[in-house]
Design a protein around this ligand. Structure first.
Ligand code: 13P
Ligand code: ZN
Length: 282
């Protein structure tokens, strides 16, 4: 089978298009990776070229040795993925040491995988260790979430609680909450380590003044998670544009009441008593 006829490649491209139309991918902003299943890579083996040269990942991901990944290209625009996937996306293979990769398909007009490859692979590695079903890592630049990183404290507990209060389904969709990465230089190992520390336990990490990372078992779940957080962030931006305090909200006892009917275990870490009525203060 041709790569572009496969369901995984089509799901990958669809997420890129959907993300672009949400306004989350100005220019080359954002990147996407997918850990390909053994049977999926076997089905497209005839379309792969294994003769490429090994290049350094920039970090070590032993837990992903020998695996294949579909990833967006560095400097490529999500906007163009639909019209020419083979020029904007590639499939890479990771070597047995987990230190090098080679391109086996795509980027036909040249280029290299996303500059955030260390973050994607380190996240995929820790996610695989906690749940082997997690295969997608998605990074985008969603406006409202980024805006909040200028006004809320950069504290995962506070961010999670304020976002959760904006939509009842939030703690059901991401009961482990959101982790925060302070502003850091993007594209390297340091920010990858900080993000993967969060992804050991949580599905969402926000990069202050930059964007968001989400992981999931498939494209729908991962896109839906990103969409849910960003929608709640949009509501919070609107509320904060009207007032610095709420008249009423979803209270800790309301969140606790969701556990049994929705079969979730909402962490008490985020259900602290608020002493101040000001949004974003304890
Ligand atoms: P790439 O074009 O290298 O994927 O970078 C985009 C980006 O969002 C960096 O954080
Ligand atoms: Zn980015």
């Amino acid at each position: 089978m041709k790569v572009l006829d496969s369901k995984f490649a089509q799901g990958f491209c669809r997420l890129c298009v959907d993300g672009f139309y949400q306004g989350w991918h100005e220019r080359n902003g954002g990147n996407l990776s997918y850990r390909i299943k053994d049977e999926e890579i076997a089905a497209v083996a005839d379309d792969l070229d294994e003769s490429g040269e090994w290049k350094e990942i920039g970090t070590t991901v032993r837990g992903l040795a020998g695996e294949y990944f579909m990833v967006t290209g560095s400097g490529k625009y999500f906007r163009n993925v639909e019209i020419d996937p083979a020029a904007n996306v590639c499939i890479i293979k990771v070597d047995d040491a987990g230190e090098n990769y080679k391109i086996v398909w795509g980027l036909v007009e040249g280029g290299r995988p996303t500059s955030e490859l260390p973050s994607h692979l380190m996240n995929l590695e820790v996610c695989k260790a906690r749940d082997p079903q997690i295969r997608v890592v998605y990074h985008c630049h969603p406006t409202n979430t980024i805006a909040l990183t200028f006004v809320l404290p950069l504290d995962g507990k506070i961010f999670t609680r304020e976002i959760w209060e904006m939509a009842t389904e939030c703690p059901i969709v991401f009961p482990e909450g959101i982790g925060m990465v302070p502003w850091m230089v993007p594209g390297g190992r340091e920010i990858a380590v900080a993000t993967s520390e969060i992804m050991k336990k949580q599905d969402v990490a926000i990069w202050a003044h930059h964007g968001m990372f989400a992981c999931g078992t498939d494209f729908d779940i991962t896109f839906g998670l990103m969409h849910t957080v960003e929608k709640a962030a949009e509501i919070l931006v609107k509320v904060m544009s009207m007032t610095d305090r709420k008249r009423q909200t979803i209270e800790p006892e309301n969140f606790r009441a969701l556990n049994a009917p929705f079969n979730v275990n909402i962490s008490e870490d985020f259900l602290y008593d608020k002493k101040s009525g000001i949004i974003g203060e304890y």
